[in-house]
Design a protein around this ligand. Sequence first.
Ligand code: ZN
Length: 317
Amino acid sequence: MNALVKGIHHITSLASDAQKNVDFYAGILGLRLVKKTINFDVPEIYHLYYGNEEGSPGTIMTFFPYPGIPQGRKGKGQLTVTSFSIPEHSIDYWTKRLDKFHIPYEKPEQRFSETVIYFEDPDGLGLELVANRWDKRLGFTYGKIPFQFAIKGFYGITLVEECYEKTANLLVDQMEHKFIAETGNRFRYSASGKPGDFVDILCSPEALKGLSGYGTVHHVAFATETDITQLAAREKLLEFGLDVTPVLNREYFLSIYFREPGGVLFEIATVSPGFSVDEPLKHLGESLKLPPWEEPNRASIEQVLPPIQLNLKKYED
Ligand code: ZN
Protein backbone atom coordinates (compact mmCIF):
# COMPACT_ATOMS: atom_id res chain seq x y z
CA MET A 1 0.00 0.00 0.00
CA ASN A 2 1.14 3.55 -0.66
CA ALA A 3 2.29 5.65 2.25
CA LEU A 4 -0.59 7.67 3.64
CA VAL A 5 1.56 10.45 5.07
CA LYS A 6 4.78 11.48 3.33
CA GLY A 7 6.31 14.33 5.28
CA ILE A 8 5.77 18.05 5.68
CA HIS A 9 3.65 19.80 3.04
CA HIS A 10 3.26 23.39 4.32
CA ILE A 11 3.27 25.54 7.45
CA THR A 12 0.73 28.32 7.95
CA SER A 13 1.21 31.20 10.40
CA LEU A 14 -0.42 34.45 11.47
CA ALA A 15 1.21 37.75 10.52
CA SER A 16 0.45 41.40 11.29
CA ASP A 17 1.24 43.18 8.04
CA ALA A 18 1.19 41.78 4.50
CA GLN A 19 3.90 44.04 3.05
CA LYS A 20 6.32 43.42 5.93
CA ASN A 21 5.68 39.71 5.43
CA VAL A 22 6.48 39.85 1.69
CA ASP A 23 9.60 41.93 2.33
CA PHE A 24 10.91 39.40 4.83
CA TYR A 25 10.14 36.06 3.16
CA ALA A 26 10.60 37.02 -0.49
CA GLY A 27 13.12 39.83 0.07
CA ILE A 28 15.40 38.66 2.84
CA LEU A 29 15.00 34.86 2.74
CA GLY A 30 14.65 34.71 -1.06
CA LEU A 31 11.54 32.51 -1.18
CA ARG A 32 9.27 32.84 -4.20
CA LEU A 33 5.81 34.32 -3.62
CA VAL A 34 3.95 31.50 -5.40
CA LYS A 35 0.38 32.45 -4.63
CA LYS A 36 -1.47 35.60 -3.65
CA THR A 37 -4.96 34.59 -2.64
CA ILE A 38 -7.39 35.02 0.25
CA ASN A 39 -8.17 33.10 3.40
CA PHE A 40 -11.03 30.96 2.06
CA ASP A 41 -12.74 31.14 5.47
CA VAL A 42 -12.17 34.93 5.91
CA PRO A 43 -12.14 36.46 2.40
CA GLU A 44 -11.07 39.95 3.48
CA ILE A 45 -7.72 38.54 4.64
CA TYR A 46 -4.84 37.57 2.33
CA HIS A 47 -3.41 34.09 2.15
CA LEU A 48 0.18 34.43 0.95
CA TYR A 49 2.17 31.35 -0.08
CA TYR A 50 5.96 31.21 -0.47
CA GLY A 51 8.09 28.32 -1.68
CA ASN A 52 10.48 27.13 -4.35
CA GLU A 53 9.81 27.75 -8.03
CA GLU A 54 6.64 25.66 -8.22
CA GLY A 55 5.82 25.69 -4.51
CA SER A 56 6.66 22.03 -3.91
CA PRO A 57 5.53 20.30 -0.72
CA GLY A 58 8.28 20.70 1.85
CA THR A 59 9.03 24.27 0.80
CA ILE A 60 5.68 26.00 1.32
CA MET A 61 5.47 28.68 4.02
CA THR A 62 2.09 30.43 4.14
CA PHE A 63 0.62 33.36 6.06
CA PHE A 64 -2.64 34.99 7.00
CA PRO A 65 -1.77 38.65 7.63
CA TYR A 66 -4.46 39.96 10.00
CA PRO A 67 -4.14 43.71 10.55
CA GLY A 68 -4.96 44.61 14.14
CA ILE A 69 -4.85 41.19 15.84
CA PRO A 70 -2.79 40.94 19.05
CA GLN A 71 0.66 39.40 19.12
CA GLY A 72 0.63 35.72 20.09
CA ARG A 73 2.88 33.93 22.54
CA LYS A 74 4.98 30.99 21.51
CA GLY A 75 4.58 28.11 23.94
CA LYS A 76 3.22 24.73 24.82
CA GLY A 77 0.81 23.16 22.34
CA GLN A 78 2.33 25.01 19.40
CA LEU A 79 4.75 24.62 16.55
CA THR A 80 7.29 27.15 17.85
CA VAL A 81 10.13 26.94 15.31
CA THR A 82 10.17 26.40 11.55
CA SER A 83 13.62 25.34 10.35
CA PHE A 84 14.94 25.86 6.82
CA SER A 85 17.70 23.79 5.28
CA ILE A 86 20.81 25.57 3.96
CA PRO A 87 24.09 24.21 2.55
CA GLU A 88 26.80 23.35 5.05
CA HIS A 89 29.18 26.13 4.01
CA SER A 90 26.62 28.94 4.02
CA ILE A 91 26.53 29.97 7.71
CA ASP A 92 28.83 32.98 7.16
CA TYR A 93 26.79 34.14 4.19
CA TRP A 94 23.56 34.07 6.18
CA THR A 95 24.89 35.70 9.36
CA LYS A 96 26.27 38.54 7.22
CA ARG A 97 22.97 38.83 5.39
CA LEU A 98 20.96 38.92 8.64
CA ASP A 99 23.41 41.55 10.00
CA LYS A 100 23.04 43.63 6.86
CA PHE A 101 19.26 43.82 7.24
CA HIS A 102 19.42 44.30 11.03
CA ILE A 103 17.81 40.98 11.90
CA PRO A 104 18.96 39.79 15.30
CA TYR A 105 19.94 36.13 15.61
CA GLU A 106 21.29 33.89 18.33
CA LYS A 107 24.85 32.63 18.34
CA PRO A 108 24.98 29.57 16.04
CA GLU A 109 24.64 26.34 18.04
CA GLN A 110 25.44 22.69 17.31
CA ARG A 111 22.57 20.22 17.28
CA PHE A 112 22.95 16.61 16.12
CA SER A 113 26.35 17.76 14.71
CA GLU A 114 24.77 20.42 12.48
CA THR A 115 24.97 24.19 12.87
CA VAL A 116 21.72 25.97 13.68
CA ILE A 117 20.99 29.71 13.67
CA TYR A 118 17.82 30.88 15.43
CA PHE A 119 16.16 34.17 14.47
CA GLU A 120 12.66 35.60 14.18
CA ASP A 121 10.62 37.27 11.49
CA PRO A 122 9.35 40.86 12.09
CA ASP A 123 6.33 39.46 13.97
CA GLY A 124 8.41 37.26 16.28
CA LEU A 125 7.75 33.97 14.46
CA GLY A 126 10.48 31.45 15.40
CA LEU A 127 12.76 30.42 12.52
CA GLU A 128 16.02 28.56 12.10
CA LEU A 129 18.55 27.93 9.40
CA VAL A 130 20.11 24.47 9.66
CA ALA A 131 23.38 24.03 7.76
CA ASN A 132 23.82 20.45 6.61
CA ARG A 133 25.65 18.51 3.92
CA TRP A 134 23.11 15.82 3.09
CA ASP A 135 20.07 17.71 1.75
CA LYS A 136 20.12 16.72 -1.95
CA ARG A 137 17.47 19.25 -3.00
CA LEU A 138 18.51 22.22 -5.11
CA GLY A 139 18.48 25.63 -3.50
CA PHE A 140 16.19 28.31 -4.88
CA THR A 141 16.04 32.07 -4.77
CA TYR A 142 14.04 34.83 -6.35
CA GLY A 143 16.32 37.62 -5.29
CA LYS A 144 20.06 37.70 -5.83
CA ILE A 145 21.03 35.16 -3.17
CA PRO A 146 23.69 32.94 -4.82
CA PHE A 147 22.40 29.42 -5.39
CA GLN A 148 25.27 27.86 -3.43
CA PHE A 149 23.96 29.57 -0.28
CA ALA A 150 20.22 29.48 -0.97
CA ILE A 151 17.51 27.87 1.14
CA LYS A 152 16.50 24.38 -0.09
CA GLY A 153 13.15 24.15 1.67
CA PHE A 154 12.17 23.14 5.16
CA TYR A 155 14.57 21.22 7.35
CA GLY A 156 11.90 20.47 9.93
CA ILE A 157 9.69 21.77 12.69
CA THR A 158 9.76 21.96 16.48
CA LEU A 159 6.66 21.26 18.55
CA VAL A 160 6.63 22.30 22.21
CA GLU A 161 4.62 19.79 24.23
CA GLU A 162 3.74 18.94 27.83
CA CYS A 163 5.17 15.48 27.18
CA TYR A 164 6.34 13.84 24.01
CA GLU A 165 4.79 10.37 24.27
CA LYS A 166 1.24 10.98 23.01
CA THR A 167 2.31 13.06 20.03
CA ALA A 168 5.12 10.62 19.27
CA ASN A 169 2.70 7.70 19.35
CA LEU A 170 0.37 9.50 16.94
CA LEU A 171 3.25 10.21 14.54
CA VAL A 172 4.65 6.69 14.70
CA ASP A 173 1.48 4.55 14.94
CA GLN A 174 -0.92 6.58 12.79
CA MET A 175 1.22 8.82 10.55
CA GLU A 176 4.05 6.56 9.38
CA HIS A 177 6.84 8.46 11.12
CA LYS A 178 9.94 6.80 12.57
CA PHE A 179 11.98 7.73 15.60
CA ILE A 180 15.25 9.27 14.38
CA ALA A 181 17.24 10.61 17.34
CA GLU A 182 17.07 12.37 20.68
CA THR A 183 19.16 14.86 22.58
CA GLY A 184 18.20 16.31 25.96
CA ASN A 185 14.46 16.97 25.88
CA ARG A 186 14.34 16.93 22.04
CA PHE A 187 12.86 13.83 20.34
CA ARG A 188 13.10 13.67 16.54
CA TYR A 189 10.74 11.82 14.20
CA SER A 190 10.40 11.79 10.43
CA ALA A 191 8.34 10.18 7.68
CA SER A 192 11.21 10.17 5.16
CA GLY A 193 14.28 10.45 7.40
CA LYS A 194 15.48 13.31 5.22
CA PRO A 195 15.87 17.10 5.66
CA GLY A 196 12.48 18.64 5.01
CA ASP A 197 10.50 16.24 7.14
CA PHE A 198 11.93 16.30 10.65
CA VAL A 199 9.42 16.72 13.45
CA ASP A 200 11.16 17.52 16.73
CA ILE A 201 9.11 17.28 19.90
CA LEU A 202 10.48 19.37 22.76
CA CYS A 203 9.23 17.88 26.00
CA SER A 204 8.66 21.08 27.99
CA PRO A 205 6.23 20.59 30.91
CA GLU A 206 7.41 23.89 32.46
CA ALA A 207 6.65 26.01 29.33
CA LEU A 208 3.77 28.49 29.32
CA LYS A 209 0.86 27.62 27.10
CA GLY A 210 1.11 29.17 23.64
CA LEU A 211 -1.43 31.86 22.72
CA SER A 212 -2.64 32.44 19.18
CA GLY A 213 -1.90 35.80 17.53
CA TYR A 214 0.52 37.27 15.02
CA GLY A 215 3.97 35.73 15.20
CA THR A 216 2.63 32.24 15.93
CA VAL A 217 1.97 29.22 13.75
CA HIS A 218 -1.64 28.35 12.91
CA HIS A 219 -1.07 24.79 11.68
CA VAL A 220 1.31 22.40 9.99
CA ALA A 221 0.24 20.30 7.01
CA PHE A 222 1.64 16.89 6.18
CA ALA A 223 1.58 15.65 2.58
CA THR A 224 -0.45 12.79 1.20
CA GLU A 225 -0.17 11.72 -2.45
CA THR A 226 -3.80 11.60 -3.61
CA ASP A 227 -7.42 12.01 -2.55
CA ILE A 228 -7.51 8.21 -2.08
CA THR A 229 -4.57 8.11 0.35
CA GLN A 230 -6.05 11.16 2.10
CA LEU A 231 -9.37 9.36 2.70
CA ALA A 232 -7.52 6.29 3.95
CA ALA A 233 -5.50 8.49 6.35
CA ARG A 234 -8.75 10.13 7.50
CA GLU A 235 -10.38 6.75 8.21
CA LYS A 236 -7.34 5.63 10.16
CA LEU A 237 -7.30 8.81 12.30
CA LEU A 238 -11.06 8.61 12.93
CA GLU A 239 -10.68 5.00 14.06
CA PHE A 240 -7.90 6.12 16.39
CA GLY A 241 -10.46 8.46 17.98
CA LEU A 242 -9.37 11.84 16.61
CA ASP A 243 -11.88 14.46 15.53
CA VAL A 244 -11.01 14.91 11.84
CA THR A 245 -12.79 17.42 9.56
CA PRO A 246 -14.38 16.37 6.28
CA VAL A 247 -12.25 16.94 3.16
CA LEU A 248 -12.09 20.65 2.30
CA ASN A 249 -11.20 22.00 -1.15
CA ARG A 250 -8.35 24.52 -0.84
CA GLU A 251 -8.04 24.87 -4.66
CA TYR A 252 -4.29 24.03 -4.63
CA PHE A 253 -4.78 20.88 -2.54
CA LEU A 254 -7.48 19.01 -0.63
CA SER A 255 -7.26 19.25 3.15
CA ILE A 256 -8.36 17.54 6.33
CA TYR A 257 -7.60 18.95 9.80
CA PHE A 258 -7.40 17.58 13.33
CA ARG A 259 -5.72 18.47 16.61
CA GLU A 260 -2.92 16.22 17.82
CA PRO A 261 -3.05 15.24 21.51
CA GLY A 262 -0.74 18.10 22.58
CA GLY A 263 -2.97 20.73 20.94
CA VAL A 264 -1.15 21.56 17.67
CA LEU A 265 -3.46 21.80 14.66
CA PHE A 266 -2.40 19.25 12.03
CA GLU A 267 -3.56 19.15 8.42
CA ILE A 268 -3.09 16.47 5.78
CA ALA A 269 -2.97 18.02 2.29
CA THR A 270 -2.78 16.38 -1.13
CA VAL A 271 0.25 16.96 -3.34
CA SER A 272 -1.98 17.77 -6.34
CA PRO A 273 -3.13 19.87 -8.07
CA GLY A 274 -0.57 22.44 -6.90
CA PHE A 275 -0.16 26.14 -7.61
CA SER A 276 -0.17 26.05 -11.42
CA VAL A 277 -3.84 25.06 -11.45
CA ASP A 278 -5.05 28.68 -11.89
CA GLU A 279 -2.05 30.56 -13.36
CA PRO A 280 1.04 29.58 -15.37
CA LEU A 281 4.19 28.54 -13.47
CA LYS A 282 6.07 31.52 -14.87
CA HIS A 283 3.59 34.00 -13.39
CA LEU A 284 2.83 32.40 -10.03
CA GLY A 285 1.99 34.92 -7.35
CA GLU A 286 1.75 37.93 -9.63
CA SER A 287 -1.99 38.55 -9.49
CA LEU A 288 -4.67 38.07 -6.87
CA LYS A 289 -6.29 34.66 -7.35
CA LEU A 290 -9.73 33.95 -5.91
CA PRO A 291 -11.56 30.64 -5.60
CA PRO A 292 -14.42 30.44 -8.15
CA TRP A 293 -17.10 31.01 -5.49
CA GLU A 294 -15.52 34.38 -4.51
CA GLU A 295 -14.99 35.67 -8.10
CA PRO A 296 -18.36 37.51 -8.06
CA ASN A 297 -17.07 39.44 -5.00
CA ARG A 298 -13.69 40.37 -6.52
CA ALA A 299 -14.27 44.14 -6.59
CA SER A 300 -15.21 44.37 -2.92
CA ILE A 301 -12.43 41.98 -1.86
CA GLU A 302 -9.79 43.96 -3.77
CA GLN A 303 -11.01 47.12 -2.10
CA VAL A 304 -10.31 45.88 1.43
CA LEU A 305 -7.00 44.08 0.78
CA PRO A 306 -3.98 46.39 1.15
CA PRO A 307 -1.81 46.55 -2.00
CA ILE A 308 1.47 44.62 -1.73
CA GLN A 309 4.55 44.54 -3.93
CA LEU A 310 7.76 42.58 -4.31
CA ASN A 311 10.69 44.85 -3.47
CA LEU A 312 13.43 42.40 -4.40
CA LYS A 313 15.93 45.07 -5.47
CA LYS A 314 15.95 46.50 -1.95
CA TYR A 315 17.21 43.18 -0.59
CA GLU A 316 20.07 42.49 -2.97
CA ASP A 317 23.47 41.92 -1.39
ZN1 ZN B 1 -2.94 24.53 5.58
